[in-house]
Design a protein around this ligand. Structure first.
Ligand code: NPW
Ligand code: K
Length: 525
């Protein structure tokens, strides 16, 4: 895009060239250009002078900082020469006025400074000394218990760091101090891959302005983000609401709008009849977990199709469910012992947990994909069977929800070169095949047929344990059966699955967390 466009033009550029509809209001992730346009639009339309907006940002950061760090911890603020550096100088002034022990450094990597940097430089100079870092000798020794505030480079990063900036970043990274990045770690691109040997601040915390950045969502960037927090600086809501984006971040606020309240006159028929195809000899636990999770998600009725060896297991462990044994003792073949399965009876169908990859099960899956008239939830071994027989991808009913973990997604597509490459693959796969794809992991990413990606905000590493995926499949099938559309079901189900995991982790820690605990901790109010 032409750099000379002003904020209004950028606004209409994105409004006319990004055709993705948004069904419900979620927190957006904007790209660097859009973020810049958002700042500019706020400045012109609020209106607010740029220097006052910078003061607002510095105040919001300082409020966050003072709520967490005591005055007795010495602070070293490292500033660059752009507006991120300007923020740093303003923060140094605000903290000094609050009687924090502050040392300020300006990393002089270029001859030019931004206007708002210069303004804040003059103001700070009146009340405190400022040191300059021009070569390595000027870099101070940073000690334990000190806090470094990193304001060297922000969203204006345009190239890989080098020279004195690189040396300062290295010194900060090798120090024992706690590091807090202002807006984004210096050297980290907000929405593009960094080169292989880039020098980037590795903060303990990132305090970012207004909206999270795409880089915060990616596992490979986590060492350059740390624990991140968004602070509100009142940038234009109009611009944020009306600027289309393909990336969203799901938080509790948005989930509240998605959840449908129950009417006291409803009966079990109102919440749908779900069917799960799950289990095989030695993997019946997956069927039990998916079934229980489906019931805990509010489904009206549940039937479970299992191999004969699983019949007694389901009947005793999940008495609420009806059980239909397959003709085969150990695996699913689709040959029901009781009757031909009438798929049209079911409001939603889930397939995959613990089914194994036997040829007869492949035959069942193939028939299911072509007979099902509505979206399915497809997980685990069903995904592996599809990956081994890629011609099946085209047969998956449109808007089905697939829930691969990264390895399963790689089998369905190819190895990726970076997390950004992976995001592109995910979006293309979902769009091309008209599917909803939940890529599981930290900040699970949900890609939809219309090209949008929703990142989840709940969940914890304790959930990387056997059976949690089966629980998710049960939840999603239960939500589809209740009439949530597939995107809503995926966004809501992934969020609540993660939130239940967080409740367990809060009560008993992450290490001992089990899939069963997640089921027991599900709450929908
Ligand atoms: N706009 C607003 O209203 C608000 C903005 N806010 C704050 O502003 C920040 C963005 O500020 P910014 O745009 O001035 O960019 P910033 O990152 O400080 O540096 C740009 C300078 O660095 C240079 N440079 C680039 N890469 C380099 C490298 N590798 N090594 C060395 N130099 C490099 C680059 O040079 P150039 O690319 O022009 O050659 C340019 O001179 C944002 O993160 C937030 O903190 C808040 O106050 C809220 C209100
Ligand atoms: K920074």
């Amino acid at each position: 895009m032409d750099e000379r466009l002003d904020a209004d033009e950028v606004f209409s550029y994105f409004a006319t060239t990004t055709p993705y509809p948004v069904n419900f209001s979620l927190m957006k992730i904007l790209n660097v250009e859009q973020t810049r346009a958002l700042d500019q639009y706020t400045i012109e339309h609020e209106p607010v002078a740029p220097i006052n907006l910078m003061e607002r940002a510095a105040q919001a950061f300082t409020d966050w900082y003072t709520a967490r760090f005591d005055k007795d911890r010495p602070v070293r603020v490292f500033c660059g020469l752009g507006n991120n550096g300007g923020d740093g100088l303003a923060i140094a002034r605000l903290l000094t006025q609050l009687e924090y022990k502050v040392q300020t450094y300006v990393v002089r990597y270029a001859p030019r400074e931004s206007e708002d940097f210069m303004h804040n430089h003059r103001r700070l100079k009146l009340i405190a000394p400022i040191s300059y870092i021009e070569n390595e000798r000027d870099i101070p020794v940073i000690r334990n218990r000190e806090v470094v505030i990193d304001a060297i480079l922000g969203s204006g990063l345009s190239r890989t760091t080098e020279g004195i900036v690189q040396s300062a970043i290295d010194a900060i990274n090798h120090s024992p101090a706690t590091v807090v990045a202002v807006d984004i770690a210096s050297g980290l691109f907000a929405d593009a891959a960094n080169g292989p040997n880039a020098t980037i601040i590795q903060p303990d915390y990132t305090v970012t302005f207004q909206l999270p950045k795409l880089a915060f969502m990616l596992p490979s960037q986590s060492q350059y983000v740390g624990e991140w927090h968004v602070v509100d600086i009142n940038l234009s809501r109009t611009f944020m609401d009306r600027t289309p984006t393909t990336y969203f971040y799901t938080t509790e606020r948005e989930i509240r709008h998605l959840l449908r309240p129950r009417n006291r006159f409803s009966h079990k028929g109102s919440f749908g009849h779900a069917l799960l195809f799950a289990g095989s000899y030695g993997k019946m636990g997956a069927a039990v977990l998916a079934s229980r999770a489906c019931l805990r998600s509010g489904v009206g009725l549940l039937s479970v199709q299992v191999p004969r060896c699983g019949y007694d297991i389901i009947q005793t462990t999940v008495p609420e469910a009806m059980c239909q044994p397959d003709g085969h003792q150990h695996i699913l073949t689709g040959q029901s012992e009781l009757e031909e399965i009438d798929l049209s009876k079911y409001a939603a169908i889930g397939v995959g947990p613990g089914i194994g990859t036997a040829p007869e099960t492949l035959a069942m899956l193939t028939k299911l994909l072509s007979d099902a008239q509505k979206p399915l939830v497809i997980d685990a071994d069903a995904l592996n069977l599809i990956a081994q027989n890629r011609e099946l991808i085209a047969k998956i009913p449109k808007n089905s929800i697939l829930t691969p973990h990264p390895k399963e997604f790689e089998r369905l597509t190819r190895r990726w070169t970076s997390d950004y490459d992976k995001l592109g693959l995910l979006r293309d796969f979902a769009q091309r095949n008209r599917l909803v794809v939940v890529l599981k992991g930290a900040h699970s990413a949900i890609a939809t047929a219309d090209g949008t990606t929703h990142f989840n905000s709940t969940g914890n590493p304790g959930m990387s344990t056997g059976g949690t995926g089966d629980v998710l499949t049960g939840i999603l099938t239960g939500l589809l059966a209740q009439g949530y559309d597939p995107v809503e079901a995926a966004v809501l189900g992934v969020f609540e699955h993660g939130r239940a995991g967080d409740r367990v982790a809060n009560q008993r820690g992450q290490i001992g967390l089990t899939a069963q605990d997640i089921i027991e901790s599900l709450r929908w109010d």
